[in-house]
Design a protein around this ligand. Structure first.
Ligand code: 13P
Ligand code: SF4
Length: 303
């Protein structure tokens, strides 16, 4: 059954000139069928530069929307239409405009985990892999950072000469991790290295040996000699980590870190999306044009 779906997907992909992109949080079988698996920055770059006519985006809505904004002439499909990101819904364009009015000297940096409408009223987008470089490269001292408070706070600690105005957004998956889970793992596994995503709470990040995006976490564990790692991000990254590092041991915090939205995409949905061209992302031209500038600024400044 699964093998049948996989070969049908491969055939359809070739017939329709499509590319399948998958985030590291996707189900293992979805990652395995993808042409490219990556973190949110890398996937947006591939979406911007690829030559295919159709992009099947196995991820959440803001990722597929970003692909459509960057590649308006391509058809972008999101196999699971209800795969949203609760954090992205924590900022709306009207509130961002009100915040801008309150701080006229500042520039707005919005995390890619945001709606197209919010991107349209922001100056620059960023992901966790390039936020530091982007904010560091900006002339403005005052930056409104949204929606992720934890990533914004982490930037503030790295860049004390800037004034980062924080938003009250967070990731429900990363927020659940408690510092006790990290200290327990350190007690149980002496020598373990703790690798955490910056969406975690400050008290958790303070206990980490390395903080980075999903791609950076995978890279860190792959190039380092250490044999044991506590992976403090969504458990989907374990698939790539184990593939790349068969001899190393990976542990997770004892409450499982699962993003239910990232897990909504199944192989059947990927097949269905290619057969029936479901579910196609559309974005109003005016929103798209303004959001394009913010996303392109990310690609220019974050290079
Ligand atoms: P990355 O940019 O690290 O891939 O993260 C995306 C995300 O949604 C994290 O929760
Ligand atoms: Fe959104 Fe968190 Fe899921 Fe990432 S892990 S897509 S930030 S809910």
């Amino acid at each position: 059954m699964t093998e049948g779906i996989k070969s049908n997907v491969q055939k359809l992909k070739a017939q329709k000139n499509a590319i399948i992109l998958a985030h590291y949080y996707q189900r293992p079988e979805v990652q395995d069928i993808a042409d490219v698996v990556g973190d949110s920055y890398y996937l947006s770059k591939v979406a911007k530069d690829c030559s295919q006519d159709i992009i099947v985006f196995c991820g959440v809505k803001f990722m597929a929307e970003s692909a459509k904004i960057l590649s308006p002439d391509k058809r972008v499909l999101l196999p699971a239409i209800d795969a949203g990101c609760p954090m992205a819904e924590m900022a709306d364009a009207e509130s961002v405009k009100a915040m801008r009015d309150k701080h006229p000297e500042s520039k707005v940096v919005c995390y890619i985990n945001s709606t197209a409408e919010v991107k349209a009223v922001s100056d620059v987008c960023c992901t966790s892999s390039n936020a530091l470089k982007i904010i560091m490269g900006m002339d403005e001292e005052e930056i409104i950072f949204l929606p992720d408070k934890n990533l914004g706070n982490y930037m503030q600690k790295k860049l004390p000469h800037k004034k980062i105005i924080l938003w009250d957004g967070f990731c429900i998956t990363h927020k659940k991790v408690m510092p006790r889970e990290i200290t327990t793992a350190k007690e149980l596994h002496p020598g373990i290295k703790v690798l955490a995503h910056p969406e975690c709470e400050e008290e958790v990040l303070d206990l980490a040996d390395f903080i980075g995006s999903t791609g950076e976490i995978i890279n860190f564990a792959t190039v380092n000699d250490n044999e044991k790692y506590l992976i403090v991000t969504e458990q989907g990254v374990l698939h790539e980590l184990q593939k790349k590092n068969p001899g190393k041991k990976f542990y997770t915090p004892y409450g499982s870190m699962t993003c239910i939205n990232m897990k909504k995409t199944r192989l059947e949905d990927v097949y269905d999306s290619l057969v029936n061209m479901r579910h196609e992302i559309t974005i109003e031209t005016e929103i798209r044009d303004r959001a394009y500038k913010a996303l392109m600024n990310m690609h220019i400044l974050g290079r």
